[in-house]
Design a binder for this molecule. Structure first.
Ligand code: GLN
Length: 451
């Protein structure tokens, strides 16, 4: 049924870069055979899923939305891919994304944009717009995203779906193509809080192949999602998460959600987190710095594209020609920014200062979580904007992650879930819930109560 749905609507939506029809049917038949034989089935047996094209899949193309990896077939599965298969999930295919997960609209994909199923002329968010659009257009009931500065939560918000960025280190990054390693985190996307929890539990857990993976039990997210409640909880509202950049209808739905939390028995506490105002600036030094280092591996020798290899040119020339042809504008912009910020003489002033701001943000969170159990905010300052509107204005594009970035910098956990439509444009609004590191279960407890 989901393959038929993809066939019927994805020409318009363009959520998928690659549909693995045969593989999906084979996986589904294998589940049927197991069931018929009375064998033990995985926890998500037979459930179809759309996988962001940033996770390696053995034998199946993985492009990261970039020309530089066009045609590359990974020889191995990411840990997350392996866990999905072990849970008997049926992987339908790989979803569209901003190139190397850099963007907030999926317009930076080298393979063309994805439309928002609510209005195909609008963006589905980014970088994981393919995954969120697949959910919103019912092409898959579950999807996987990655969140470096908001790429799970912002697409969830603008498509009216649920997305969770787990605690940093909660889900293995092994086999997830690196953008900014200290911020990148894979996580679950779904249409309901409980569905997200069921997927979360399958993909989370310690992995010796990822040195930053947390070696501790996975928070009890499914149990929390089944027992939604905010009675007696202290919920923080940060004064820095409002102001001139926020759309009136987004704030209206947010204020209503806070009123609902209060009605359900939560105590609302105002918080002051001054360093959050510096989050965007710090992020746009740290993320490009790490990206400039991580993307050095795309040298035309090891993977994918190779341009100008005609026997007359040096290795350096082939590398340069390949990177020139293979990377898009936003990726080049970040590599240049990052290389500059890391260069000797500028390192302390830029990268060093940004790291100090990162510590201040972490401290603002730590202080806040002494007073509250969770923090809530709008997920994004605005609803889905028209395709093309911010494409030539990187600063306007970067603002989409104003509320999501502090969480990545601090390493804690956050969810976005739908809280209705903005009255002025009838487009979905997301509520962000933020919890301390390793308290991912609180997201689900609160999320299930307000859903
Ligand atoms: N939009 C942000 C960026 O462009 C975040 C992307 C992400 O989370 N991968 O970097």
């Amino acid at each position: 049924a989901h393959l038929a749905r993809i066939e019927a609507v994805d020409e318009k939506v363009h959520a998928f870069l690659h549909v693995d029809r045969e593989g999906a049917l084979a996986q589904a038949r294998a589940v049927d055979a197991k069931r018929a034989a009375g064998e033990k089935l995985g926890p998500l047996a037979g459930v179809p899923l759309a996988l962001k094209d940033i996770f390696t899949t053995e034998g199946i193309p993985t492009t990261v939305g970039s020309k530089i990896l066009e045609g590359w077939i990974p020889p191995y599965d990411a840990t997350l891919t392996r866990k999905l298969k072990e849970a008997d999930v049926v992987i339908l295919g790989k979803t569209n994304m901003d190139e190397f997960a850099m963007g907030s609209s999926t317009e930076n994909s080298a393979y063309g944009p994805t439309g928002n199923p609510w209005d195909l002329t609008r963006i589905p968010g980014g970088s994981g717009g393919g995954s969120s659009a697949a959910l919103a257009s019912h092409q898959a009931p579950l999807a996987i995203g990655t969140d470096t500065g908001g790429s799970i939560r912002q697409p969830a918000a603008v498509t009216g779906t649920v997305g969770v960025k787990p605690t940093y280190g909660g889900v293995s990054r092994y086999g997830m193509v690196a953008f900014s390693s200290s911020l990148d985190q894979g996580g679950p996307c779904a249409r309901t809080v409980l569905d997200a929890a069921l997927l979360h539990e399958v993909i989370a857990g310690h992995d010796p192949l990822d040195s930053t993976s947390i070696d501790a039990p996975v928070p009890a997210v499914v149990e929390a999602a089944r027992n939604g409640s905010v009675t007696g909880m202290r919920v923080g509202v940060v004064q820095q998460f409002r102001g001139e950049h926020y759309q009136a209808g987004v704030m209206q739905r947010f204020d209503e959600a806070v009123a609902v939390l209060k009605e359900l028995g939560a105590e609302i506490i105002e918080l002051d987190c001054p360093s959050f105002d510096l989050g965007l600036s710090a992020y746009y030094l740290i993320a490009p710095s790490e990206c400039s280092s991580n993307l050095a591996r795309f040298d035309a020798m090891r993977y994918g594209l190779r341009v100008g290899d005609d026997g007359t040119k040096s290795a350096e020339e082939v590398t340069a020609l390949t990177r020139e042809a293979g990377f898009g504008d936003e990726v080049k912009r970040r590599i240049m920014l990052g290389t500059y910020a890391l260069s000797s003489g500028y390192y302390d002033a830029y990268y060093g200062s940004a790291q100090k701001v990162r510590t201040l943000i972490k401290q603002d969170f730590d202080r806040s979580f002494e007073q509250v159990d969770v923090i809530v905010s709008p997920t994004t300052p605005t609803t889905a904007f028209p395709i093309g509107e911010r494409a030539d204005d990187p600063m306007a594009m970067y603002l989409a992650d104003l509320c999501t970035i502090p969480t990545n910098l601090a390493g804690n956990a956050a969810m976005s879930l739908p809280v209705g439509l903005a009255p002025e444009d009838n487009l979905p609004v997301g509520l962000q819930i933020i919890a301390p590191a390793m308290k991912d279960d609180r997201l689900y407890k609160v999320g299930a109560a307000v859903e």
